[in-house]
Design a protein. Structure first.
Length: 464
């Protein structure tokens, strides 16, 4: 509420002084504090007397009358006033062909409108808990899939269709060149095949490279095979069907600008989400950002924040986007140099056998605390040769951690994992290394217990 909204000069002065005090001290002033504040004492004697009379009446009224009816009326009034204030500005920007500015004004108005609360009770009620259970079940049915049934069951044991819940964020932790982008494309495509809508924002890689990954992943064809398919009249029809599917369920938005801020990304997401709702009636189900660590934040425009503080702010912004738009957020972060050595088994870590965990993250521990799910991607040179990748559940808010899922992969068609490729899983944080191929032959699609692992001279629980 702005002081100039009042029609009476006395109220303009009185409320202006009250608001100035609140902004400065972070609390509402007492009546004596308000009357002795500088904005009041510098007024004319006549205005001061009128303000003192109103203050006296205010004290009496607050004890004699309930605020509840007034608060309910104020909430309705302020919502209407917010609309009245924004519409002319949005219309003026629209008439000047400043469409982005007009949309920004309207989006801000909607946010402010929804934020206005005079009567909301912030206490959590336990009445009608059955309604909460039904809503929880409904949210579970809207979950995104990780792209393979084994991971979905381990991440969300009570889930029905997936494990990546709306309003939450998953972070993939991996060294450079392990396949973070390919894994995110794999997850995105699997959800697209289930009729889910995906917004994929890229901050690295070329448009041609990403389009190729999506087309290879959805078609299951290598680059040379796709080339031949487009030359074949029958196969080219199938390729165009895949094109149509991606066009319908995927919005791919490259954002490569140097110094790009997370606030700019959030604004773009807001705009694309609104466009999606207008076209299809609902927004996106999944936001993929490849990847958030590339971004800066406006709060650090003067360079006063440490890198870890800035990155924590960036990842927290993505958490807020997920909550605001009720979609799942999938992004990634790199390991530090030692984590990279652990993955490749080189240098000082050449004898290491463990899988990557959250402590291997590069710089930004805040990203680990912000995420609901953290999964490390493990792929040594030997794994690459065996066409395997191991996912370790490092953090999960709804299931147990410490589960490792070894998946067959096919990077030629940009599929890091999938039900059709096969997987097995076990409890432990140690890699099974070269034994993975033999174990896969026997236990594909199954959990492998420690006693069965012992047959292969493997102890995945070492160090747990």
């Amino acid at each position: 509420i702005e002081p100039e909204w009042f029609s009476d000069e006395v109220m303009v002065r009185l409320y202006g002084a009250l608001k100035e005090w609140y902004v400065k001290w972070g609390k509402r002033p007492s009546i004596p504090e308000l009357l002795e504040s500088k904005p009041i004492t510098k007024l004319s004697t006549s205005l001061i007397q009128q303000i003192r009379a109103i203050a006296s009446l205010l004290q009496t009224s607050r004890t004699a009358y309930s605020m509840q009816p007034l608060l309910e009326e104020m909430e309705i009034w302020l919502k209407a006033r917010t609309i009245q204030n924004a519409l002319p500005k949005a219309a003026n920007a629209f008439n000047k062909q400043a469409l982005d500015e007009s949309v920004t004004i309207m989006n801000k108005m909607v946010q402010e409108y929804n934020d206005i609360r005079f009567t909301e009770d912030d206490r959590v009620s336990f009445y009608n808990y059955g309604v909460d259970l039904m809503k929880e079940k409904e949210d579970s049915s809207k979950a995104m899939t990780f792209g393979i049934a084994a991971m979905d069951r381990l991440l969300e044991p009570n889930g029905t269709s997936g494990s990546l819940m709306p309003g939450m964020m998953t972070v993939l932790l991996a060294p450079t060149n392990v396949g973070k982008t390919s894994a995110m494309v794999t997850i995105a495509v699997r959800n697209i095949m289930m009729g889910k809508s995906v917004l994929f924002i890229a901050h690295e890689g070329t448009e041609t490279e990403l389009k190729s990954k999506f087309m290879r992943c959805i078609s299951g064809l290598t680059q040379p095979e796709m080339f031949r398919a487009y030359l074949d009249p029958e196969l080219s029809k199938q390729m165009r069907q895949w094109e149509s599917y991606l066009q319908r369920f995927l919005v791919y938005k490259p954002m490569y600008k140097a110094g790009l801020t997370v606030e700019e990304v959030a604004q773009t997401v807001e705009r694309l989400q609104d466009m999606r709702r207008m076209e299809y009636g609902v927004g996106f189900d999944l936001l993929v950002d490849d990847y958030a660590a590339k971004l800066t934040c406006m709060a650090n425009s003067k360079g006063n924040m440490q890198p870890r503080q800035e990155q924590e702010a960036v990842y927290n912004q993505f958490v807020q986007m997920g909550l605001r738009h009720k979609f799942h957020v999938l992004t990634a972060i790199q390991t530090n140099r030692e984590g990279s050595k652990v993955n490749r088994r080189i240098g000082s870590q050449k004898n290491e056998t463990r899988l990557l965990h959250m402590e291997d993250v590069m710089e930004t521990w805040g990203a680990m605390t912000a995420a609901a799910i953290v999964i490390s991607l493990n792929r040594s040179d030997l794994d690459a040769e065996l066409e395997k990748i191991t996912f370790l559940i490092c953090k999960s808010r709804s299931s147990e951690t410490g589960w490792a899922v070894v998946c067959n992969s096919n990077y030629d068609v940009c599929r890091t994992h999938g039900n059709d490729l096969g997987a097995f899983w076990y409890r432990g944080t140690e890699s099974v290394g070269e034994k993975s191929a033999d174990i896969m032959k026997t236990f594909q699609g199954q959990v492998v217990t420690s006693d069965k692992m012992a047959v292969y001279d493997v102890n995945p629980l070492k160090g747990v």
